[in-house]
Design a protein around this ligand. Structure first.
Ligand code: UP6
Length: 266
């Protein structure tokens, strides 16, 4: 896990989007990613507007919206600029490269157009990252990046062991595109690195202050345990948007995450 302050990591990093992410975190004093799993454009944009000042990234599942339209994307893009947060479409791509390129760039959703960050699994092998990298490079937009889904928080997850290790190894093959991974903890140590300096960002889902899990196998940890395990950014959904006072809740997650970050970097 990195004990360097985000500002230092921003300075040293070669990936333009990672630089921006670290700088944003430092500026907003937040390492909270809101998992905005709302199902109408109105709710999604309302939460993005109210909670936007306290988060660094807004994570979407754009395919769960009942009323997806161009307005959804225009609204998200406007709020991302207004409140200065990045957009992460939690698409979890998992297919052959040729298909994934079409899913990323085209279709109704045109994810590459508006999402700064997307994620993928390495179940299909390294070709999936190669495909996403090709799409990003040929579009010539600098602020795009990919996270590898290296672990999952659901009970009985098979994203463990050699799958997780391969995630780290594949991440290292694509430093221009891969920002880091989604995992419950820091994982760099799982595989030997050939470079002296690397700095992959760890995003952690399944963060909740008041619950241990749900009825469908979700398993939570607290902001403190995630940060102690080497996480950099905390992804929280229902813990924030389903709270009786979501603004108070996001501030609580922001403080818990930032205090734990401060304690780590000293
Ligand atoms: N997510 C997980 N676990 C994973 C990967 N992704 O929970 O291993 C995603 C879910 C959801 C969010 O798809 O969008 O993170 C968690 O939401 P919650 O905080 O409301 O449980």
């Amino acid at each position: 896990k990195s004990n360097l302050p985000f500002a230092k990591r921003a300075e040293r990093h070669k990936h333009p989007l990672v630089k921006r992410l670290f700088s944003l975190a430092e500026k907003k004093q937040s390492n909270v990613v809101l998992s905005a799993d709302l199902t109408t454009t109105k709710d999604l944009l309302n939460f993005a507007d109210k909670l936007g000042p306290h988060i660094v990234v807004l994570k979407t599942h754009i395919d769960i919206l009942d009323d997806f339209s161009q307005e959804t994307i225009e609204g998200l893009t406007r709020l991302s600029k207004q409140h200065d947060f990045l957009i992460f479409e939690d698409r979890k791509f998992v297919d052959i490269g040729n298909t994934v390129q079409k899913q990323y760039k085209g279709g109704v959703l045109k994810i590459h157009d508006w999402a700064h960050i997307v994620n993928c699994t390495v179940l299909p092998g390294p070709g999936i990252v190669q495909a996403l990298e090709q799409t990003i490079q040929s579009a010539g937009v600098a602020d795009r990046g990919v996270l590898i889904l290296a672990e999952m928080t659901s009970k009985g997850s098979l994203a463990t062991g050699s799958y997780t290790k391969a995630s780290i190894e594949i991440a290292r093959q694509y430093p221009k595109t891969i920002m880091g991974w989604v995992a419950t903890k820091e994982l760099s140590q799982l595989a030997e690195s050939e470079v002296d300096e690397e700095d992959f960002v760890v995003f952690t889902t399944g963060v909740n202050i008041s619950s241990k899990g749900d009825a469908l196998g979700q398993q939570y940890q607290t902001p403190e345990s995630a940060m102690a395990g080497g996480s950099d950014f905390l992804i929280a959904g229902r813990g924030i948007y389903a709270a009786s006072d979501p603004v108070a809740a996001v501030k609580e997650y922001q403080k818990a995450g930032w205090d734990a970050y401060k304690a780590r970097v000293g």
